[in-house]
Design a protein around this ligand. Structure first.
Ligand code: MN
Length: 468
């Protein structure tokens, strides 16, 4: 695309070919035309002050470009673009925009129309986007309405199933983009680890990490968690001061300019030195992390990988005298979930929790539903692993006051938790170690392997001079 346009994106010939293949695969899976909307950015306080735009992932997967306020119709492997041309008056504020025709050429559309042509597509299947303005447009155009994207019916449901089938397994182009996001994410974590010594607050470490993403023209794939209160699983506040005895938990991942996500967590001691108790628990979590990654192979049930993490954590806590009993029995009783209450990971792709807009349709194999068994209800992925899937592995240990307080009231747990022993581990609030793993025919390939996980290596990095 000519340089006079302010838009930074373009589709090169390699991506054009990938998009064509994805469209053809969809065409082979679903007969009816499909209409996918990109959505639009919500405003802050007044209309012209917009949040940055993030296109719907289903749209991005086939269109390749984040085009705001557009829809594509996919049918028999072909794509048609629907959008309005940007008015000339917009150029003062946003520079000269490409015309609809030029965008259509970019994405390989066979035709392009203004939005007034929507009625021609009433028979199309769709997935409702998250933003409500666009959703009401979808509803009007197609004469259907949705509560949310998790209760789709008829052709919309057929489409959702086709999308899951395609997007569960990442093509080469997707893997390359996820790897790019992962590489930048690794550098962000190294920057955070290096700069902890000179930081006084969580926010300063977070800034050091996110600045690496920004400098690569990437953004965060989700709101960063950089906290000394790691036991608050999604702690989104970074205002606290760093104290010498604290562990800092950083869950920060980059989003590639075309939408692909990375998702990485490391935990390190603010002072550059582990206490004996912190080190002991860290090594238990790391053993679980390593055992899970070693277990990854095509055909392996992800739930079994999760249970591997649960068993290794339970065994480690038995060794430390915190839990009592046989690790397998403890896991069957859900006792590990006192300290490891979430699932061991999830699908990763264009969304950091890939396709969770479809509820459990992507994460759970047909016929499977969430278990109410303790420690299993937050499992986000319950399928056999397939070649081409990208998943996270992220075991953790947390002392959540609400969980432990309630557990202490239960006489049933008296025989398996040594509360006095646990009290000596009070400087361990939250530890998580998370990597992104690509399932290949030969086994696991860790896309974030360049970032050390060993306790000694991490603190050595804190004392060494920053690189790159
Ligand atoms: Mn994650």
């Amino acid at each position: 695309m000519a340089e006079r346009f302010s838009s930074m994106y373009s589709v090169d010939s390699a991506l054009a070919k990938v998009l064509q293949q994805r469209r053809q695969k969809l065409g082979a899976l679903i007969e009816s035309p499909v209409l996918l909307w990109s959505g639009r950015a919500p405003s802050k306080n007044f209309l012209a002050n917009q949040y940055s735009f993030r296109a719907s992932s289903h749209f991005l997967y086939f269109a390749g470009l984040p085009i705001q306020g557009a829809a594509i119709c996919l049918h028999q492997g072909q794509v048609t673009l629907l959008m309005e041309d940007v008015p000339d008056s917009d150029a003062l504020w946003h520079g000269v925009s490409p015309t609809r025709q030029q965008i259509a050429e970019q994405i390989g559309a066979i035709a392009h129309y203004p939005l007034s042509h929507f009625p021609d597509y009433r028979a199309a299947a769709t997935i409702p986007v998250q933003d409500l303005w666009t959703r009401s447009q979808q509803s009007q155009v197609l004469g259907r309405s949705w509560q949310d994207a998790t209760d789709l019916q008829g052709i919309d449901r057929d489409l959702a199933e086709a999308l899951v089938q395609l997007r569960l397994v990442q093509d080469e182009s997707a893997i390359a983009a996820i790897q790019e996001a992962a590489t930048v994410t690794v550098r962000a974590h190294l920057a955070g680890i290096h700069q902890t010594h000179s930081a006084h607050t969580e926010a300063q470490v977070r800034a050091a990490m996110e600045s690496v993403l920004l400098a690569e023209n990437m953004t965060t794939a989700y709101t960063s968690i950089v906290t000394v209160q790691g036991e608050v699983l999604h702690n989104l506040y970074s205002h606290r001061k760093l104290q010498p005895g604290d562990l800092l938990l950083a869950d920060v991942g980059a989003e590639h300019p075309l939408g692909w996500a990375a998702d990485v967590t490391r935990t390190w001691p603010v002072s550059g030195q582990w206490s004996a108790t912190q080190r002991a628990i860290y090594d238990v979590v790391l053993a679980a992390h390593d055992a899970c990654i070693a277990a990854i192979a095509p055909g392996v049930e992800y739930a079994a990988v999760h249970l591997t993490a649960a068993r290794v954590i339970a065994a480690g806590l038995v060794d430390l005298g915190i839990l009592k009993g046989d690790p397998t029995t403890l896991v069957e009783r859900g006792v590990h979930a006192l300290f490891f209450p979430h699932g061991v990971g999830h699908l990763l792709g264009l969304d950091v929790h890939d396709m969770e807009d479809l509820g459990d349709l992507a994460g759970y194999a047909p016929g499977r539903t969430r278990s109410d068994r303790c420690g299993m209800q937050y499992l986000r992925l319950h399928r056999p692993l397939q070649v081409g899937m990208v998943v996270t592995i992220e075991p953790g240990f947390y002392q959540v006051p609400a969980i432990l307080g309630a557990a202490r009231q239960q006489a049933a747990l008296e025989d398996c938790v040594n509360w006095e022993r646990l009290a000596t581990f009070e400087d361990v609030r939250g530890i998580r170690i998370e990597d992104d793993v690509w399932v290949t025919p030969k086994g696991p390939q860790v896309l974030t392997a360049a970032l050390p996980t060993q306790a000694d290596e991490i603190v050595q990095l804190m004392h060494s001079s920053p690189v790159g």
